[in-house]
Design a protein around this ligand. Structure first.
Ligand code: ZN
Length: 290
């Protein structure tokens, strides 16, 4: 198999590996986001609970204060009845009035604090129902992630093995180049050359549309063993099946004389079909020339 054919096989498997990995990554990202959201809600809930407890304690303290003021007023009322002179009577009466004013103030504050406690309780209840809703969403996200891991996990290891086999067929230098470009282009390392006008010898990169020199087209028409990059987007350029030269080793394989059984075994049906199509077209071209 020619270098470009092997690169295309590698590209196909690599794309599948990347697509599956990204499925797992997005399921995981979504699940983690839900967990984060829940952690934030739990923190807010704890804060509301603390606020509620503080308000309850404050109301209780005010009630105690109110109770002791009332008791003191009652005691003074008794003293008032047994007072022996006018001066004493007035003094007790003044103290009672001042205590009653203080007590009214305490009652007013207690009512306000009770209202605040009530509001906090309502917010807390609302918050709890938000958490319950979020928990459902989180559980769905977790199931999706688990399921994704389950079905993707097996397929991913199969594909990774297939990718490794495909990569073995590509020389070290080109393989490193492929990996680099694939990482930079999110798995779109290969670009087919578009024939803009054969008559005017105009060609373009199928990915970024920048012009591809005729020399590149000519070079790739005569050999599929060169990895030529697009000068703009750096993708590795290839020609369509019809324009790709036929690999002589590949013709041998067809005759059953192939030595590279291992390479042949990794060929997928799709690639075999493509190769067969290319061979047929090339034969047709040859016959036309004759
Ligand atoms: Zn390009």
């Amino acid at each position: 198999m020619a270098l470009l054919d092997n690169l295309l096989t590698l590209h196909r498997v690599d794309s599948q590996v990347r697509a599956l990995r990204s499925r797992v990554t997005s399921a995981e990202t979504y699940f983690r986001a839900q967990e984060k959201q829940l952690a934030l809600l739990a923190k807010q809930k704890a804060e509301l609970e603390t606020q509620f407890k503080q308000l309850q304690a404050s109301v209780h303290g005010l009630e105690v204060e109110q109770g002791s003021a009332t008791a003191r007023v009652e005691k003074l009322r008794g003293e008032l009845n047994t007072s022996t002179n006018d001066k004493q009577y007035k003094a007790i009466l003044n103290e009672m009035k001042s205590l009653e004013t203080q007590r009214d103030e305490v009652v007013k504050r207690a009512v306000e604090e009770m209202q605040r406690a009530e509001e906090t309780k309502k917010r807390l209840e609302l918050h709890e129902s938000t958490i319950a809703e979020r928990l459902k969403i989180r559980d769905v996200a977790k199931n999706q992630f688990d399921e994704c891991m389950k079905d993707v996990g097996e397929r991913l290891s199969e594909l990774e093995a297939e990718r490794a086999r495909a990569a073995e067929l590509v020389p070290d230098r080109e393989r490193k180049l492929f990996d680099k470009v694939a990482d930079e282009t999110e798995g779109e390392a290969m670009a087919e050359i578009t024939v803009v006008s054969m008559r005017h010898r105009e060609f373009a990169c199928g990915a970024c549309n920048i012009e591809v020199p005729f020399e590149t087209y000519a070079r790739l028409s005569s050999s599929s063993n060169d990895a030529v990059q697009c000068r703009a987007c750096t993708r590795i350029l290839f020609l369509s099946d019809a324009n790709r030269p036929v690999d002589p080793k590949d013709s041998k394989a067809k005759d059953g004389k192939a030595k590279d059984g291992k390479a042949k075994a990794t060929l997928t049906t799709e690639a075999q079909e493509k190769a067969a199509l290319a061979r047929d077209k090339a034969k047709f071209e040859k016959t036309k020339k004759l």
